[in-house]
Unconditional design. Structure first.
Length: 278
């Protein structure tokens, strides 16, 4: 008899496989210089995302809560969020190649998720908080936006390195630069709410708004970094190559917050269901 766990497994396998194929299509035609086939890559990624969304719904029903309360759930949900944001900005901008750099991040997150226990357990009391839900949901949206900023910035540096002359090349670089900026503007308020709601939740659970644990500290560093990114663009006039490099470095703080801090918790035996206590 097929169980919900079996269905979740199949759906996530389909999503992972779809993203893998779509990544190959993106990269095959990105370096061949043929833009139209990227539409097929977007369609493949969209089909995989549909399986991913169904997984999210079934997992939520199976667990009895939104699926981000352990490492497997959060990693898989984060991955799906990246695909959703990247595809939205692909459609809005008509640049059908953002997935070339967004999907490898997604595949890495899903590979990590597959290494973690997939079992469904009861929700522990400290997670039964509205502020906790706000904290994690806004984190997923913010990190997904910053991953898309990273993808647009990497694509910008690649196109710039190829160095094709002409107005079309200039227009392409300007568009990628604008996408990176716009998606950061969307993500930054969510990161702000993430930090604030995390502090409120921390006070509710531990009686202090801020404890300077690694998770809280790196969340703040991420917020400060992207605040600096927006500030330098607005006040200092940083554009294009400088901004792209800054955005890529900024996304490294997200990875440190998500993966590096987890390693710290694991080695200190202080892990908190996949995302620390901050």
């Amino acid at each position: 008899m097929t169980t919900l766990s079996d269905i979740e497994f199949i759906l996530l396998i389909l999503a992972t496989g779809g993203y893998l194929v779509a990544t190959g299509v993106y990269w095959r035609f990105l370096f061949a210089g043929r833009v139209p086939p990227h539409w097929w890559a977007s369609r493949l990624a969209s089909a995989a995302l549909l399986a991913h969304i169904i997984w999210f719904g079934i997992r939520a029903y199976h667990a009895g809560h939104l699926p981000f309360y352990n490492g497997h759930e959060f990693s898989a949900s984060f991955a799906g969020g990246i695909v959703l944001v990247a595809l939205i900005f692909e459609r809005l901008s008509q640049r059908r190649d953002l997935g070339a750099f967004a999907l490898p991040i997604v595949l890495a997150l899903l590979a990590y998720a597959w290494t973690l226990p997939r079992g469904v357990g009861p929700l522990i009391p400290i997670f039964k908080s509205l502020w906790m839900q706000v904290h994690v949901l806004t984190a997923i949206v913010a990190y997904a936006c910053f991953a898309t900023t990273f993808a647009a910035s990497c694509l910008y540096l690649l196109m710039d390195r190829q160095g094709a002359a002409g107005s079309d090349q200039s227009a392409t670089l300007a568009l990628l630069d604008r996408i990176a900026y716009q998606v950061t503007i969307v993500g930054f308020p969510f990161m702000t709410v993430c930090v604030i709601s995390g502090a409120i939740w921390s006070d509710h659970v531990w009686g202090r708004y801020w404890t300077w644990d690694p998770k809280e500290t790196w969340s703040l560093i991420t917020w400060l970094f992207f605040a600096a990114y927006l500030h330098t663009r607005y006040k200092q006039g940083w554009r294009q190559r400088k901004a792209a490099i800054l955005a890529i470095i900024g996304f490294l703080t997200v990875l440190m917050n998500f993966i590096g801090v987890e390693l710290i918790y694991q080695y200190s035996d202080a892990t908190f269901f996949g995302f620390g206590k901050g």
